[in-house]
Design a protein around this ligand. Structure first.
Ligand code: BES
Ligand code: ZN
Ligand code: ZN
Length: 483
């Protein structure tokens, strides 16, 4: 799909199909030439409602408001309703709200996110027919964006949305195909970007480094683990941002085996790893002025004669000991060691991303990312960035009583809480044990267990992986870079 921006009115442009949004059910807008037909056919202009009028080849799409995420949704719905149509070219105007750039980016992102489909394993691929989208700088409310600003926004939005789709593709790929070694191969492809290097570490390195918690999780897998470390070092970076992702290419639960219905979709347990790789890819492509590191702990959690066991005690990289009481709480073990490794880089900002707990899904619902950490300011700016990007997020508060629930009688801590409540937070607090004092205020933990994998499509998210967390972090960087 190619985009072209034109400085001309919508009605003076020729394409196979024209797209008009009906905003806030307002049928009186100049662009709505089929008011009578729309009324006759009972089209109300509600969000996600679409109607095609054949005689003038116009597709009407309902849109609740001019907020950026409504525009994202409306463009994605546009593509969905044209999926089977044979049109090759499409034209659309712009819909600016208080920030024309944000609205423009949302328009582009909606198209690219909406155009994604996972067909790697289908013998009959169903490609999208739309090849070209003409965007006329002819605004719905006459508050227009300049051509230069539109071109710039087109570039940024394309990179962000394509990175999101890149994460989806990794996550959707089966555990058979996306092993830790295969994930490392994907990471290596990013080293062709300017100022990027990629280091891949194997089990020997993990042993030398004393990353025994990570190694324990890997033990019963036939696939060796990999520690992926991508670095992007531009000239005179403003800050050093370090991302750590949970890359469980499969989580069977280990000996604390998951019941069959919970095991399906666990190929998505690598979503945090895929997200940090996607964020890294986009930031390096956009040449953002930050030094960025993406670290992924890639392994499977399997069963076997040499599997790690409940009752084992593990010694993590920082020397702390962990009593294993449940082998299904494996993500925090991998992250513990990876966070220790990450802090050797002396980050200005440290963010880990993981499909860490079912409890986070219980707490916030399946659409929302849980944000945890010690810095209220950091949590707040991330939440604001998430909202701008169209991602849903909520903060979950730490407290000292929950912290005590991780006490163990045989080791420094247990890998699970002694209470069945507050599981998303106690998992975050477990990770906190591996954050050094000087980094406490620089650290954020993002639990993406809910939104990372979609079993029933919603909004502009297809079934399958969603690329959760990618857009919010890139919007965070864009906002930060404005300062
Ligand atoms: N990968 C899962 C968490 C998860 C659950 C992700 C649902 C996506 C959807 C994680 O490794 C896990 O199994 N966590 C346990 C922790 C428990 C044993 C303390 C859980 O959430 O049940
Ligand atoms: Zn698990
Ligand atoms: Zn897991």
């Amino acid at each position: 799909m190619k985009f072209e921006i034109l400085n001309q009115p919508l009605h003076q442009t020729e394409t196979d199909v024209k797209v008009v949004f009906v905003v806030k059910k307002d049928m009186s807008h100049l662009w709505i030439e089929d008011k009578e037909s729309l009324e006759l056919l009972g089209f109300k202009g509600e969000s996600e409602e679409t109607l095609f009028i054949p005689n003038n080849r116009t597709l009407y799409v309902g849109c609740d408001s001019l907020e950026a995420d409504e525009i994202r949704l409306a463009t994605a719905k546009t593509l969905e309703s044209l999926q089977k149509a044979t049109f090759k070219t499409l034209r659309i105007g712009t819909y600016s709200n208080e920030c024309p750039k944000m609205s423009f980016m949302a328009l582009i992102e909606g198209f690219i996110l909406g155009s994604y489909s996972f067909n790697k394993y289908k013998s009959k691929k169903e490609p999208l027919n739309i090849e070209k989208v003409l965007i006329c700088l002819d605004d719905y409310s006459n508050s227009n964006i300049s051509m230069q600003s539109a071109q710039e926004s087109l570039k940024i939005a394309t990179v962000i949305a394509e990175a999101t789709n890149f994460a989806k593709e990794i996550v959707n790929t089966t555990p058979h195909d996306m092993t830790p070694i295969a994930l490392a191969e994907v990471a290596k492809t990013l080293s062709s970007l300017p100022n990027v290097t990629c280091k891949i570490m194997d089990e020997h390195f993990l042993q030398e480094q004393g990353m025994n918690a990570f190694l324990a999780v890997n033990r019963a897998s036939v696939h060796p683990p990999r520690l992926i470390h991508l670095s992007y070092t531009p000239k005179e970076p403003k800050k050093r941002l370090v991302y750590v992702g949970k890359g469980l290419t499969y989580d069977s639960g280990g000996l604390s085996l998951k019941p069959s219905e919970h095991m399906v979709t666990m190929k998505a347990d690598k979503s945090g790893g895929a997200a940090v790789m996607a964020i890294f890819k986009a930031a390096a492509t956009l040449e953002l002025p930050y030094e960025i590191h993406a670290i992924v702990g890639a392994t499977e959690n399997m069963i076997g004669g040499d599997a790690y066991k409940p009752d084992d005690v593990l010694v993590a990289k920082n020397g702390k000991t962990i009593e294993v009481r449940n082998t299904d709480a494996e993500g925090r073990l991998v992250l513990a060691d990876c966070l220790c490794y990450a802090q050797e880089l002396k980050p200005d900002l440290l963010i880990d991303m993981a499909t860490l707990t079912g409890a986070c899904v219980v707490a916030l619902g399946e659409y929302t990312t849980g944000i945890m950490g010690h810095s209220s300011e950091l949590k707040h700016t991330m939440q604001k960035a998430a909202s701008k990007s169209g991602e849903l997020s909520g903060t979950l508060p730490f407290n000292k009583y929950l912290e005590k629930l991780l006490k163990s009688s045989v080791a420094d801590m247990s890998n699970i809480s002694s209470s069945r409540y507050g599981g998303a937070i106690t998992a975050g607090l477990f990770l906190d044990n591996f954050i050094e004092e000087e980094n406490k205020e620089k650290w954020l933990h993002l639990d993406i267990a809910g939104p990372a994998y979609i079993e029933k499509s919603w909004g502009y998210n297809q079934c399958g992986a969603s690329g959760a967390g990618v857009r919010m972090n890139l919007y965070w960087m864009l906002e930060e870079n404005k300062q």
